[in-house]
Design a protein around this ligand. Sequence first.
Ligand code: ADP
Ligand code: MG
Length: 264
Amino acid sequence: MTAEIAYELRGVGYRIDGITILDGIDLDVRYGRVLALVGPNGAGKSTLLSVLTGDLSATSGAVLLDGRAVAEHGAKELARRRAVLLQFNQVSFSFTTYEVVEMGRAPWIGSGAGDDEVVIVDAMVRTDVTHLGSRPFSSLSGGERARASLARVLAQDTPIVMLDEPTAALDLKHQEEVLRIARELAAAGRAIIVVLHDLSLAAAYADDVAIIHEGRLAAYGAPARVLTEGLVEQVYDTPVRVLPDPDTGRPIILPRRGLAASSR
Ligand code: ADP
Ligand code: MG
């Protein structure tokens, strides 16, 4: 089960208006694992997620979902297969938080799958938004919105979950909780793809890290193998230090702030 491949990408490229946004991406995304997608602003991470979801069609190469071209899966089939937390959540003005989470169940209407209310309540407990259920979604803070949107994605209850910068608006505790949820989902056999800017957070929780740089896959593998000083400095064009976490041994990536002050 854990070795099964959710997505297989071969030479995937995306061009629009003569601009190459993704180029030659080869990548396997496996069930039972957390894959962190990292890379500088504008590298192509969100575009890659859109190609995986099928919202954008790759202009070259092949994107296989469960062994079949993404485009061959019907819309309903896709909605039951993968869920996406978008980087920019559209505000659903007139809905309560509970109703927004409930929208995640839409692909399952009439399927007889699970008890909708149980799934919704579980998703809200896990993301710590139960107390916000009757509040208008538009009245939530940025972090509360992000968590309620994550609850909607969890309520969709799909084998593949993609999260685009889910921690950007969150405080320390809730950041850790989101990544813990990602780990739990992977432990239950799901494929998790999460876009993160915090490289230490990626290193702490991901099984695999893929670095996207100028539309290409710069590196892919275990965090300690991929998140090296040399590669991170090259990709981000800024000096860093990589230290082992004293508790876990996983890499912690720090900007080198002492350089300007020191004599060198
Ligand atoms: P990331 O999520 O890594 O920050 P994106 O995937 O959002 O990056 O964008 C990658 C690059 O592609 C950016 O330079 C962005 O401006 C550009 N881009 C994205 N969509 C379009 C589009 N429809 N037309 C032209 N350029 C685009
Ligand atoms: Mg993005």
